[in-house]
Design a protein around this ligand. Structure first.
Ligand SMILES: Cc1cc2nc3c(=O)[nH]c(=O)nc-3n(C[C@H](O)[C@H](O)[C@H](O)COP(=O)(O)OP(=O)(O)OC[C@H]3O[C@@H](n4cnc5c(N)ncnc54)[C@H](O)[C@@H]3O)c2cc1C
Length: 243
């Protein structure tokens, strides 16, 4: 799947830390339609020798040639991983939480994933979640999974706690409301994996709940509520309904 992920310039759950393939592929070999082999292999991240040709092929979906070799920068595995699953009562509170995370724990932030009430409802209805206790209410409007990748367990835990303390304090930008109203911090790797599992159940729960049409959309977080409401309104006129 390496050729596929390069050709779609894919990004994953840790996009906010590592970006898409565009920033991590250092070299390529491509066979053009003419049969010519283009050698753009390079192991150095920095290459400013003329036109950045390899970037043309990342995201081209195979239209410009077939990728036959790839050289990628691989990040070292983190020594310390912290995970928190937090509840927010509005999209403004989610935005404020992200802003706070970027100012308080930016250097270790590795994931910031949003789960809305519809998704959470579908997940909690799944048989695999029957009898599972999330450690907090599961009917808040929004949840965010925050993960940090770092190299010092004690320091990272301390930074996450300091961030959470601020996130659970009244925020002037929210007219005195708190960005985060509830949450769980994983105490060990097992609990961290369980919290990630909830996030990863989103697409599975959506498929179980009915018809799924998937689109990759990039839009500003502040536009999310208006977008979601308009989609729900348009789909409600459809025989299968929508949500
Ligand atoms: C526009 C787009 C964006 C996507 N973004 C993401 C994302 O951000 N994160 C994510 O996880 N998944 C993303 N996907 C899903 C993505 O297709 C798969 O993650 C990955 O491509 C699967 O690899 P595959 O080898 O099965 O590719 P396929 O599904 O077989 O092909 C995917 C595309 O890549 C081309 N392609 C495949 N192999 C090569 C090759 N060797 N050389 C040149 N072109 C090739 C194909 O022609 C096709 O256009 C995206 C898909 C598309 C179409």
């Amino acid at each position: 799947q390496i050729g596929g992920v390069c050709s779609t310039n894919a990004g994953g759950l840790r996009f906010c830390r590592f970006g898409s393939l565009l920033g991590n592929v250092t070299g390529l070999e491509v066979v053009l339609g003419t049969g010519e082999v283009l050698d753009l292999m390079n192991t150095c991240r920095k290459d400013n020798t003329g036109y950045p040709l390899r970037q043309l092929f990342l995201g081209a979906e195979g239209t410009l040639g077939v990728i036959t070799k790839v050289c990628m920068a691989a990040a070292p595995l983190p020594r310390s991983v912290q995970v928190a699953f937090l509840a927010c009562d509005s999209i403004d509170a989610v935005c404020e939480t992200l802003k706070l995370a970027k100012s308080e724990i930016n250097e270790i932030l590795s994931a910031f994933e949003l789960v809305d009430a519809n998704a959470m409802g579908s997940i909690m209805d799944m048989s695999v979640m029957a009898g599972k206790d999330m450690g907090m209410a599961t009917d808040y409007p929004y949840y965010v999974l925050i993960e940090t990748y770092g190299s010092n367990e004690d320091k990272d835990r301390e930074s996450l706690s300091a961030f959470l303390e601020k996130a659970m304090d009244e925020a002037p930008a929210l007219q005195g409301r708190m960005p985060v109203v509830d949450g769980v911090v994983a105490q060990d790797n097992k609990q961290a994996a369980e919290l990630w599992h909830v996030r990863e159940l989103c697409p599975v729960a959506a498929s179980e709940a009915g018809y799924v049409h998937k689109y990759d959309l990039s839009l500003s977080l502040r536009q999310w509520d208006a977008f979601k409401n308009e989609v729900a309104e348009r789909l409600s006129a459809h025989p299968q309904g929508g949500g």
